[in-house]
Design a protein around this ligand. Structure first.
Ligand code: IMP
Ligand code: MG
Length: 204
């Protein structure tokens, strides 16, 4: 008899480790853009937390970036993307002749980043770099330039810190692997993984 699959979270990267790596990324980015002030373009919704922390980390490096967002949707069922990307909301900033940093949460097949890079290149920015919190190279279909990468991650479905599964788990301060148990003819398969104490609580 079919039953609702159970979802379990296995801790992957803690909130503290995220913040430490984001500070390093900000140092890298400050060096790459030298004295120039980039426009940060974040992809919603997944990058909202990363954008907020990255902007503050860049501030600590003495940078004063401007911030804009694109809303893109890639349609697909469950944890797979279909490859068809749609632009739901475009940037408002005039980026012609300006340095731009495209920021996203996770690079998976590459369809989303490729689509957004093509869109931004049309406006002829002076410089266009990418900053991706998580790179999942095992699933790449389209090659994409990754200038600044937070962490390379295994081929697992990851939630938390802005990343969702069906709209949930975005609020988690750290990252976790989502395991969905399945019923099989031989019985119920379930991975028993318990988050470390405190993992799901905010550091503040
Ligand atoms: P891509 O177009 O296949 O590279 O996928 C990019 C988008 O798919 C990301 O911006 C995420 O929104 C979503 N995505 C891909 N992998 C994951 C994951 O492991 N967890 C949550 N969202 C994901
Ligand atoms: Mg996304």
């Amino acid at each position: 008899m079919p039953s609702t699959p159970a979802e379990q979270l296995a801790p992957l990267i803690s909130a503290d480790d995220l913040q430490a790596r984001i500070s390093e990324l900000a140092r890298e980015i400050a060096l790459a853009f030298a004295a120039q002030t980039p426009v940060l373009v974040g992809l919603l919704k997944g990058s909202f937390m990363f954008m907020a922390d990255l902007a503050r980390a860049l501030h600590r490096q003495g940078m004063a970036p401007t911030v804009d967002f694109m809303i893109v949707a890639s349609y697909g069922a469950g944890t797979q993307t279909s490859g068809s990307v749609q632009l739901l909301s475009d940037i408002e900033t005039e980026i012609r002749g300006r340095p731009v940093l495209l920021v996203d949460d996770i690079l998976d097949s590459g369809h989303t980043l490729d689509f957004c890079l093509r869109r931004l290149r049309r406006d002829r920015p002076a410089q266009l770099r990418t900053c991706i919190l998580l790179d999942k190279p095992a699933r790449r279909v389209i090659a994409c330039p990754t200038d600044h990468v937070g962490f390379t991650v295994p081929n697992e479905f990851i939630v938390g810190y802005g990343l969702d599964y069906q709209g949930r788990y975005r609020e988690l301060p750290g990252l976790a692997v989502l395991n969905i148990s399945a019923d099989t003819p031989t019985g119920r398969i379930q991975t028993e993984l318990t988050p470390r104490p405190g993992f799901l609580e905010s550091a503040h």
